[in-house]
Design a protein around this ligand. Structure first.
Ligand SMILES: [Fe+2]
Length: 143
């Protein structure tokens, strides 16, 4: 919903088409309501991540049917938001094919950017950006 990755923030390769054109206006409205603690939007071909602005965590959810083939479970109580992201159970061949399909595109095509060119290092950087283990869980304290 809101620009999250560097490419979404700079609109490289039209990444801004994946976010609200009026994200700032929406955030202005939401932050006026202290009961709003989080938003969930997706899917994106990124493992779960969030940006925290004011008192709101803006989560971007992973795709379940294409790379990274993940879903997220949230636990929310008065003190915190906890999330854990899991790989969809499927044949390993399906997972590998999904990954290879994602890597097969050139630098000017989603989900690549100039920072993740179609090279061995670019592939690793793209995988790190999209689906690193660090994106699989987290905990946010609530005010
Ligand atoms: Fe998609």
């Amino acid at each position: 919903m809101v620009p999250n990755t560097p490419a979404e923030q700079t609109s490289e390769n039209d990444f801004d088409k994946f976010v609200l054109y009026n994200a700032d206006a929406v955030k202005t409205i939401l932050k006026q309501h202290p009961q709003v603690i989080m938003t969930l939007s997706g899917h994106r071909h990124l493992s779960t991540r969030y940006l925290e602005e004011d008192h709101i965590a803006y989560f971007t959810m992973a795709s379940t049917v294409t790379w990274p083939l993940r879903y997220t479970v949230f636990e929310v109580d008065k003190k915190q938001i906890t999330y854990n992201t899991y790989d969809i159970r499927c044949d390993p061949k399906v997972r590998e094919e999904a990954k290879q399909n994602m890597l097969a595109v050139d630098t000017k095509t989603f989900p690549r950017t100039q920072a993740t060119p179609n090279t061995p290092q670019g592939n690793q950087d793209l995988l790190d950006l999209i689906s690193s283990e660090s994106t699989k869980s987290g905990k946010l304290s609530l005010p």
